[in-house]
Ligand binder design. Sequence first.
Ligand SMILES: O=C(O)CCC(=O)C(=O)O
Length: 260
Amino acid sequence: MSLALDYQTNGYVAPVACIDGAAAARHRRQLEHVEQQFGDQHYRSKMHTLLDFAADLATAPRVLDVVEQLLGPNIMLFDVTYIIKEAHSPSHVSWHQDLTYWGLSNDRQVSMWLALSPATPVSGCMRMVPGSHTQGKLEHTDTADTSNVLFRGQSVEGVAEDNAQMCPLQPGEASFHHGWTLHASMPNASDDRRIGFNVQYIDPSARQTLHDLDTATLVRGVDHFGHYKPDQFASGVMQKEAVERHARLEKLRKDTWANA
Ligand SMILES: O=C(O)CCC(=O)C(=O)O
């Protein structure tokens, strides 16, 4: 099957080779150097405004070529996050659909999850329910589970897990999923960290309905809508002005999720 047909049918496609293992290892070293200097970077929004190497990977031509096949020719970069489960940690992600709390006016959106370390059933790779994207928005319940990575611990109950498929990935491979695709991941029982580079792309027509302050940046094609102010991409690593700007961006993103 072609990437696009696979994606249309199942709501996701995996594995897709995006960068080679050496490039993934280099990116991981750069990230871990930042962690040593500046602390935890897990689950922070808009990392492409803080780290030039995150901006480079999120806009790599090979990555955008895949996104173009799935989303169309006009692509905006909406968000970039590292999702990190430490070795032998209970961190997990409950069944959910990404678009539930983002406030977007339509579902012309795709997420990439690129492995920077081995993502396996043991380390807590993603699990997806094929075809679930066709069900539209499902009811989510907020939970208070502190091991759940998700901001609100949001969870869809009663998912038919027997139909779920594991998405194991080697470093440099990615999965791409639609915003209504049900997905989850288990704790990391391996000896290594499980590090995902998670990027959200939207079509320029997808407007933020909750406020007028959201930002997104055209990275390919044409924006006929003008719904967003662009983000300023990092030109280095954790530069002072970028860190100050980022604090405002991150607060806005968290407030949006909290109030959606
Ligand atoms: O990193 C994970 O285990 C889950 C990531 C996720 O839920 C997502 O990419 O939307």
